[in-house]
Structure formats: structure tokens, C-alpha cells
Design a protein around this ligand. Structure first.
Ligand SMILES: [Zn+2]
Length: 496
């Protein structure tokens, strides 16, 4: 039995977003807990599809004792402020120092955090932890699928373990894998690691593991994770990050150095060989709307329009109105859209009450070029307090705190509105407002890929729409300045 310190500090940073992540953002709960320290931290994550929850459960079943430090995350946004990064890091490091007798450290990190003053913020945290515990103590971190995995992270950690699915339905499982790797290290396994970074960026919407090429690439990574290898990670990267370590990587750690290197080289070569299959398919708004108005929709099988560029799960603000306006104007029938973040509109709907009609300027609260609010008289169909539990495979167990919510109706279009932004990746977000997604013909969702976990099974088709928003879907359109020399900002198409 060993004493293992456990902590989590997660942020996915879109460096092109002007909205920073502040300390208050890490303090506030959303679908996941706000900043929680000490013993209550384990309670706060328990039962949620989160790595720290999976790690805690598995480590205890392996008879280890946990020393909880803290857990926090903030919604994806622009860089973490210096204040927030230093305050959370200091809490973590000070609490770790206070427990000098720990035998190991587990960190639940994202891997694509950028702070105002540190490009590789996760590498920095791992290095600070390493400095406290010294070279011999195992330090294991789990990383998001979208980690921009760096050499600094690989060097500072004894082992890294990353999610294998997008939508991320295996976050808790990944934590459990990290616990098993930790168990081997505590039993005396001596690991070496190896990393190779690829030289092209992969658009988010081409990264789903429900589709090729990542479905089979990830299966190969999973198959390679067996003795003498402890962990094999294939991280496609978070492309909206103007930092030197942005991009896909293959990492492995194992007890046999040549075998570990061989696996990394083989998987990295395979990833590069399939580069052309990552090419992007996006529908302009007009084309997507024409499709849903012209093609018959089977009952109970809506068409999903993924409003990816305003996905708050990747730095959007869930308030652009272009797709909604086009749907209203098109005469499309039985449309359910959301979730729009507009606390003012939600408050007005609550003041008016269910069944009332209310004049609103909905959305466009943040400055996305060319975006204006949807001004109309809406009927308030349903109200909610924004407190409910996630039921889909991605947000499973998440205790949502979205503030006052409303379901507004404008002709054939119904719009879910919340007071805090959250990616529309769980049907519970609509059911909270008594809207059953399968009963609609068109679902317009502020999400890129995570919606596929819960909405995929009811969808007759999915169109990824290129409506305005800060989460630019095609990395080739982003004004990068700091990528590694030779990086391609979009996958090279295969020669015809
Ligand atoms: Zn992710």
C-alpha cells in the first residue's frame, strides 16, 4: 500500500480567443465541480466521468491510500491568467509540500493549457511537482485526447496516460488506467518514455474516434499497450493553440527502451501515412439549411447541425445567431437549438413566466464579427433552474449548474437558453426544459464532436456547419506565429 497525492487542474486553451480564464472561472462549478480542496475533492468528482474519479476508484481497489490536494477546471477559453495559474499552482504545490511523505503523485491534467506567461502550462506544473518530490517518486498524469503533448511533459512525468475516445466517453476509464500504471511503478517497474510529434494539425471535427482514420489508429494504440509497455498515447492535439508544441503526438512509456521506441516510431509513421484522411468537410450555413428543408426526416431521427465554430467546449461563447436566423427564415419545421448562453434573456423569460410572450434581443453578447442578436417576440415554453445531472455517455454523472434556463419559441424554432455557457453534448440539457430531442426534425447544437456520444444514436444525419464563431474549424485560417518550423496548418490531401 502506498500514499498517493491526487490533484486535478484542467484547461483547454484556445489562444485565439480574447476571453481569458480567471481564478473565478476555476472556482465556479459548471457540468464539473468548481475548485475543491482536500478531502471534499474526492466527493466532488465521485461518480462523474472524470479521470480523477476513475483514478481514485481504481487506486483504492488496489489498496492505496489517497491524499487529495485539489481539483478544478474552467471552460475552454483564451489563456489562463497569470493570477489564476499561479494561485492554483501554489495551492497545489503548497498542499503537496505539506504532505511530504507521499510515495507518488497523480495529476488529472488536460495537456493543452496555456497561461498568459507560460506556453506549456501542463509541462510547467509537472516540472514544479517533480522539483518538490525529487527524481525517484512516481509522477503519473492523465491527459485529455486534445493534449498538445510536449517533451517537457514527457520528461517531467514518470508516465502519461491519455483518453482514447472523442467524444470522450472514457475519461474515468483513463484515470483507472493511470492508477494501474501507477501501481506497476510502485511495485518497482522502471519505465523509460519516448515521444514523437507529427508535423501537421488535425481539425477538431476530423478527430472523432467514431470515424476513420482515428477509429483504427486508436485501436492500434490500444493494442500496443501491453507488456513491456505500460502506456501508449496517441493525442491528436488541440489545434487552436499558437504554441510550439501544438499538434498531434505519439507517446509511450515502458520497461524496455527499444520496444518503447519501436512502438512510438511505428504508430507515428502510421499516423503520418494516413494524413490525407483527416481532411475537413464543412457545410456553409445556406447549404446546411437547404438540406434540412429539402430532405425528408425520418420520425424520431432528427438531422443534427453541429454549430462547431461557436462550440463553448473549444473556446466559443454559445451566442452566435447566424445558423439560428437562417433556420428561422427557412421555414424549417420542428427545430430545437441550443444551448445559447444569454443570462439577460434567461432572466427576462423567468420574470415573464411560462406561457408569457417576451420581446428579446437574443444572443450576440460577445463580439464575433458581423454577428447581431435575434430580435423577436418569443413565447416562454418552459423554465428551469439549470441544475440537473448529465445522463449521456460524455457528461455522465456531471452535476450541471447552468443558472436560470428557458426554452423559447419562435414559430417552428425552439431555443434552449442558459445563464452559463456549456457545450450541447447531453440530451439532459434539453430535457431539463421538457424538450425531448428525438421528437424534433432538426437539432442545431453548439458542439463540435462530443454531441455524437448522446445525440449520434438518434441522428439520421450529421452536418458540420461553418457558421461564424471564435472556434475556427479550419486551422489553416488561423493566424499562427509560433508553431514549430515546418508545421502544416491543415492535413495534406492525398495525391489524386
Ligand atoms: Zn478534449
Amino acid at each position: 500500500m502506498a500514499r498517493i497525492a491526487i490533484a486535478g487542474f484542467q484547461h483547454e486553451t484556445n489562444t485565439f480567443s480574447p476571453v481569458p480564464a480567471t481564478f473565478a472561472d476555476f472556482e465556479a462549478p459548471d457540468a464539473w465541480p468548481g475548485l475543491t480542496r482536500g478531502e471534499p475533492m474526492l466527493e466532488a468528482v465521485a461518480g462523474i466521468n472524470l479521470p480523477a474519479a476513475g483514478f481514485a476508484r481504481e487506486a483504492r481497489s488496489l489498496h492505496h491510500e489517497l491524499v487529495p490536494l485539489l481539483w478544478c477546471s474552467a471552460q475552454p477559453s483564451g489563456p489562463v491568467t497569470r493570477d489564476a495559474f499561479e494561485r492554483v499552482s501554489s495551492l497545489l504545490i503548497d498542499d503537496l509540500r505539506a504532505h511530504r511523505t507521499v510515495d507518488a503523485v497523480y495529476l488529472d491534467l488536460h495537456g493543452a493549457m496555456v497561461a498568459e506567461h507560460v506556453d506549456d502550462a501542463d509541462g510547467e506544473i509537472l516540472q514544479r511537482v517533480r522539483r518538490v518530490v525529487g527524481p525517484a517518486v512516481p509522477v503519473v498524469a492523465s491527459l485529455d485526447f486534445h493534449a498538445n503533448l510536449s517533451r517537457a511533459m514527457a520528461t517531467a512525468a514518470t508516465a502519461l496516460v491519455s483518453y482514447r475516445t472523442y467524444p470522450h466517453v472514457d475519461m474515468a476509464d483513463c484515470g483507472a488506467r493511470a492508477a494501474r500504471v501507477m501501481h506497476e511503478l510502485l511495485r518497482g517497474a522502471r519505465a523509460t518514455s519516448c515521444i514523437e510529434q507529427a508535423d501537421f494539425l488535425i481539425p477538431l471535427t476530423s478527430q472523432s474516434t467514431l470515424n476513420e482514420p482515428l477509429r483504427s489508429l486508436m485501436a492500434e494504440a490500444e493494442a500496443a499497450e501491453r507488456a513491456p509497455l505500460l502506456s501508449v498515447c496517441l493525442t491528436p492535439g488541440f489545434p487552436a493553440a499558437d504554441v510550439a508544441d501544438c499538434g498531434p503526438a505519439v507517446y509511450a512509456c515502458g520497461t524496455d527502451e527499444p520496444a518503447t521506441t519501436r512502438v512510438v516510431r511505428r504508430l507515428a509513421a502510421e499516423l503520418c501515412r494516413r494524413e490525407g484522411e483527416f481532411a475537413l468537410e464543412l457545410f456553409p450555413v445556406a447549404e446546411a439549411v437547404a438540406r434540412v428543408t429539402q430532405s425528408p426526416v425520418p420520425r424520431g431521427r432528427p438531422i443534427v447541425l453541429a454549430d462547431t465554430q461557436d462550440n463553448p467546449g473549444a473556446g466559443g461563447n454559445a451566442d452566435t445567431m447566424s445558423l439560428l436566423k437562417a433556420l428561422v427564415a427557412s421555414g424549417a419545421k420542428r427545430v430545437l437549438a441550443g444551448v445559447i448562453c444569454d443570462p439577460g434573456a434567461a432572466a427576462r423569460a423567468h420574470a415573464a413566466g411560462e406561457g408569457a410572450t417576451v420581446e428579446l434581443s437574443l444572443g450576440a453578447r460577445t463580439a464575433t464579427a458581423g454577428e447581431t442578436p435575434l430580435e423577436a417576440r418569443f413565447k416562454v415554453r418552459a423554465l428551469g433552474d439549470g441544475r440537473f445531472t448529465g445522463t449521456g455517455p460524455f457528461y455522465r454523472g456531471g452535476r450541471f449548474e447552468l443558472g436560470p434556463m428557458a426554452l423559447l419559441e419562435l414559430g417552428e424554432v425552439q431555443i434552449a437558453v442558459a445563464s452559463r455557457k456549456q457545450q450541447a453534448a447531453d440530451q439532459a440539457m434539453f430535457r431539463h426544459l421538457r424538450a425531448e430531442p428525438a421528437e424534433y426534425s432538426v437539432l442545431a447544437l453548439k458542439s463540435s464532436v462530443h454531441f455524437r456520444a448522446d445525440f449520434g444514436p438518434i441522428a439520421s444525419a450529421v452536418l458540420v456547419v461553418e457558421a461564424p464563431g471564435p472556434n475556427v474549424a479550419d486551422p489553416a485560417r488561423l493566424p499562427f506565429e509560433r508553431l514549430r518550423p515546418g508545421m502544416r496548418t491543415s492535413p495534406r490531401r492525398r495525391a489524386p
